[in-house]
Design a protein around this ligand. Structure first.
Ligand code: GLY
Length: 345
């Protein structure tokens, strides 16, 4: 079993990574709680044992579960179960579950402790780590939420073998991102090691910029970009997901977004051909797409990218590779963004 620490002073916590790690949940349950509310989805099918009096609460399947009404239902369920401020919520599932369970924990009784058992690759290397929680509104994704750090995260790599192949591959899209954030030779590592190295990198970024404030100020390139770097490849990915008519999973959209970001960086003179080819190689090593889906309209995508929540000044904002590595770059000309999209059709 590998253990990574997310260092946040008195709110630091361990992340356990390994085959069968879910069986160690009891060992990371903090002292004090008498009851545990286990939040999951029917389809997850992963049983956990907290060693406490526990009750399971199932939220709906899919992204639709990321709603204010799920949070209300959960909080009412917690109250019916008699969950107190001293007790524990445990999220067991992928990003939807840990986002919703984490947010319900953040607001129930003004905050109760939460632990996550991440059961998807994407959840293990991204969503469950770092305390971002939240739900969607009809007006947009993740518009309501809170930073609420868990007390522990379990990444059980055994359960990944029962994921639908496409779900697993989608997680590889997030993993590809870490190859450019600084985990060397990622596609060559065995699974437990690869997950642990991604978690380690995310933990170090979160420790340094927990609330993603480092990149808020300034114009042009921001060298101390902090947590915003985790959005590498995500500006186009979010636009593809927002337009919504393409058959793309999140990680697949991120894969296209990574290749796009590399080509855009080359267009802006920030990197050379070799680095662009490296992006294409990693994405193809994971058998992920690197082209826009058929019918994608660059003008529509650029319009949506211009409304991305990471835009804090004029022009388009991207995380881009460059001579000093990845940075948040603001004020990217619409023309450059459009022409680069055209290359990926
Ligand atoms: N998923 C991006 C972050 O946790 O900041």
């Amino acid at each position: 079993m590998k253990q990574v620490r997310v260092d946040l002073g008195e709110r630091s916590y361990p992340v356990l990574v390994g085959h069968g790690a879910r069986h160690s949940l009891g060992s990371v349950v903090p002292a004090g709680p008498k009851k545990a509310a286990v939040v999951t989805q029917e389809a997850v099918g992963v049983l956990v044992e907290t060693g406490l009096e526990q009750r399971t609460f199932c939220i709906a399947g899919g992204e639709e579960a990321k709603s204010m009404s799920s949070v209300e239902d959960l909080c009412r369920g917690f109250a019916g179960f008699g969950l107190t401020r001293a007790d524990l919520v445990v999220g067991v599932g992928g990003g939807v579950v840990t986002d919703v369970a984490g947010f319900a924990a953040a607001v129930y009784h003004r905050g109760v402790r939460v632990a996550h058992v991440a059961t998807t690759l994407l959840g293990q290397i991204d969503a469950a780590i770092g305390g971002k929680t939240g739900v969607n509104l009809p007006e947009g994704k993740n518009l309501v939420g809170a930073f609420w750090q868990p007390v522990a995260v379990i990444c059980d790599t055994e359960v990944l073998s029962s994921l639908p192949p496409r779900e697993y591959r989608s997680g590889l899209g997030e993993m590809a991102k870490y190859a450019f954030l600084g985990v060397p030779d990622l596609p060559e590592l065995e699974l437990d090691e690869a997950v642990a190295r991604c978690v380690e990198l995310k933990a170090s970024i979160v420790s340094a910029d927990e609330r993603e404030t480092a990149s808020l100020a300034g114009q042009g390139a921001t060298s101390d970009s902090g947590r915003a770097l985790l959005n590498y490849g995500h500006t186009l990915a979010h636009a593809l997901e927002t337009v919504g008519q393409y058959d793309l999973r999140h990680g697949e959209a991120v894969a296209v977004g990574l290749v796009y970001a590399a080509r855009l960086a080359r267009r802006l003179g920030r990197i050379g051909d070799d680095r662009v080819e490296q992006h294409a190689r990693v994405v193809s090593a994971y058998d992920l797409p690197s082209r826009l889906p058929a019918g994608a309209d660059p003008v529509e995508l650029v319009a949506v990218m211009g409304r991305d929540k990471k835009v804090t000044g004029g022009g388009l904002t991207f995380v881009l590779d460059g001579p000093s590595g990845l940075e948040v770059v603001r004020g990217v000309a619409v023309e450059a963004a459009l022409s680069t999209l055209a290359e990926l059709k």
